[in-house]
Design a binder for this molecule. Structure first.
Ligand code: SF4
Length: 607
């Protein structure tokens, strides 16, 4: 099949069986690749009510049809699983070089199932596929292991690896790659750890067939030219995602002291230009990227290096924890990366713990003698270690903020900032109703990348609760994740304003199938509804309450920063949901109706 590696690899870690079968053409037609493959295979293959950490759960890795080809940012792939953090659908995107090697090895998906009796790593060199003993790597940090594996097999091998966080089943463990890229969200690394799979090592050298090589060359060239000519290229390349830190601080969206505010008084020392000046030593990008957003930094104070921090990490491990020294934020970032835990969830759960301590809900008896306060980097570094090793107080935090708050009680649930159990990423949504709805209805929990709408909130009126805002969120949710389906980066469209229609001839020349963006959005809608049905299937009693945000965003004014435009009534939150369900074709409890599922060719899922 043009644009595809041609096979799906099934790895049964319980019995060591490895099987490869041709990629079904109907899967490629209906779900295209990447996140689409993951969503379909998860729904079809994982048995109902599977324990996320049991042998019946699966971890599915999928590049897309653009991955590994000469298209800007075609270095993305998807990890899908049933989340140990939320109990629902998890999908996390990874950049870097791994996806290209998978495609060159002829692989469109890897389905990992079962549990190995001993730590192993998966070794793939084109058609040679083996499970090998990983006892020498178990217990070690991600950077050390990736470097050792590359020393052993050569730089042409790409490595995805978990750290102690994944081994110790921290609910928000990440999968790390290329010394600083992560599939971070939803506990994909936890599931890899539960299977005792330390690493995946891949090299491939096969050609990817394309339908029209001349058309592919022309379309790829036009896309690269558009990136090169984009006005936004120079600032984006210089600052990457940190370009938004100052803007978020100004508009009240920078999470500060456990989201109690959207403005950080000492925030200026975290802004992109300050970071660039103080710690960045070079830029770093994914496969085929003309606009590398990765920043590689040196922390002189600690004599350490890290890829990052990017905006989300600055928000969650910086302002959200009251830390204003960019070197401290970068060091916290390095610890999380090496230990293999998600920086966003880590910042969320530690922010909650500090607020509990300040309010007297937790005392030093609960925290292993640690005094917790915002801005205290040393105690925060200690907590990161405790979480990764599930040690003492860290054990409570390692289950995620929702479970920690339920265990502690005493009103702490009110400032556990999450949706569906996933800690909210780095946008305070006191006065941004579209972004609030985006978090409420995101398919994995409170994550921003499906639908990023804060600028839109500012354009049309922050407090408005109107159908147009809801329509915008739905459009973004159907459209933006399609980049994760195609296996390329969305940031060229987002940050460089590349015309999305330039991707249409590229996709057609590669796959031989014409798909307009309207066609792609319909596939996006199908995947969105399929994953919603996964949540409903796995969680008896699922209803609209699952889509509610933290009360902090509608019942308390932000402590600092702009206060205008906040919705203050719970009825407005419910109104947002009512409008959303109606426009999606879901019932009052957020369940897709039969006619919606039939319209999206998902009739077999109708309840
Ligand atoms: Fe990777 Fe950033 Fe380039 Fe996207 S913009 S492909 S995330 S380096």
């Amino acid at each position: 099949m043009n644009g595809y590696g041609g096979s799906i690899l099934r790895v049964n870690l319980s019995n060591g069986q490895l099987t490869r079968f041709p990629t079904p053409p109907e899967l490629a037609i209906n779900f295209i690749g990447g996140r689409g493959f993951g969503a379909y295979l998860l729904f079809k293959e994982v048995t109902k009510f599977a324990d996320p950490l049991g042998p019946e759960n699966k971890l599915i890795l999928s590049p897309g049809p653009l991955s590994g080809l000469m298209i800007p940012g075609a270095g993305k792939m998807d990890f899908t699983t049933k989340s140990p953090l939320t109990g629902g659908y998890a999908s996390s995107s990874l950049g870097g070089m791994l996806t290209a090697e998978l495609k060159y090895a002829g692989i469109d998906s890897i389905i990992l199932e079962g549990i190995s009796p001993n730590p192993v790593y998966l070794f793939i060199d084109n058609d040679l596929v083996e499970l090998r003993d990983a006892s020498e790597y178990w217990g070690k940090g991600t950077i050390t292991v990736e470097s050792s594996i590359k020393d052993k097999f050569g730089e042409e091998f790409q490595v995805a690896v978990i750290g102690p966080g994944g081994e110790n089943l921290v609910s928000f463990a990440s999968i790390n790659h290329d010394y600083g890229r992560q599939a971070g969200r939803g506990g994909v690394g936890t599931v890899m750890g539960s299977k005792k799979l330390k690493a995946i090592v891949v090299h491939g050298s096969k050609a990817i067939p394309v339908a029209d090589s001349e058309g592919y060359r022309k379309a790829g060239k036009e896309l690269f030219k558009a990136c090169k000519d984009a006005d936004g290229l120079v600032p984006w390349q210089r600052y990457g995602t940190t370009i938004v830190t100052s803007w978020c601080d100004e508009v009240g969206a920078l999470p500060t002291r456990n989201f109690s505010s959207g403005h950080f008084d000492e925030g200026k020392s975290l802004y992109g230009p300050v970071m660039r000046e103080k710690i960045v030593i070079t830029d770093k990008g994914c496969f085929g990227c003309p606009s590398p957003c990765g920043k590689y930094s040196r922390m002189k104070k600690y004599k350490t290096n890290v890829e990052g921090p990017e905006y989300e990490t600055i928000g969650m491990l910086g302002s959200n924890l009251g830390i204003s020294d960019i070197e401290d934020v970068a060091e916290a970032n390095r610890l999380c990366d090496d230990l293999g835990i998600d920086t966003i969830s880590t910042g969320g759960v530690i922010g909650w713990a500090i607020e509990c301590f300040q309010k007297g809900i937790l005392t030093s008896t609960d925290t292993d003698g640690l005094g917790l306060r915002f801005g205290d980097s040393d105690s925060i570094f200690k907590l990161i270690h405790k979480i990764a090793f599930q040690e003492g107080f860290g054990k409570l935090l390692a289950g995620g903020v929702k479970k920690a708050a339920e265990a502690v009680g005493k009103g702490s649930e009110k400032f556990a900032i999450h949706v569906k159990g996933m800690e909210q990423s780095a946008y305070a949504t006191h006065n941004a109703t579209a972004m609030l709805l985006a978090y409420m209805t995101c398919d994995v929990g409170a994550h921003h990348n499906r639908s990023w709408a804060i600028t839109y909130d500012l354009q049309v009126g922050r407090e408005l609760v109107v159908p147009e805002k809801v329509a915008r969120i739905i459009w973004l949710q159907n459209f933006r994740p399609m980049f994760d389906v195609l296996g390329s980066c969305r940031l060229q469209w987002v940050e460089l304003s590349i015309d999305r229609d330039l991707y249409v001839p590229a996709l057609e020349a590669i796959t031989g199938i014409h798909r307009s963006w309207e066609d792609l959005e319909k596939t996006g809608d199908r995947i969105w509804n399929l994953t919603r049905m996964f949540w409903i299937r796995e969680n008896p009693g699922f209803n609209r309450d699952w889509d509610l945000p933290s009360p902090r965003f509608y019942s308390e004014p932000p402590l600092d920063g702009p206060t205008e435009g906040q919705i203050t009534k719970f009825e407005d939150v419910q109104k947002l949901l009512d409008m959303y369900y109606e426009q999606r074709g879901w019932d009052k409890n957020g369940i897709p109706t039969s006619s919606t599922l039939i319209k999206l060719d998902l009739a077999e899922l109708a309840i």
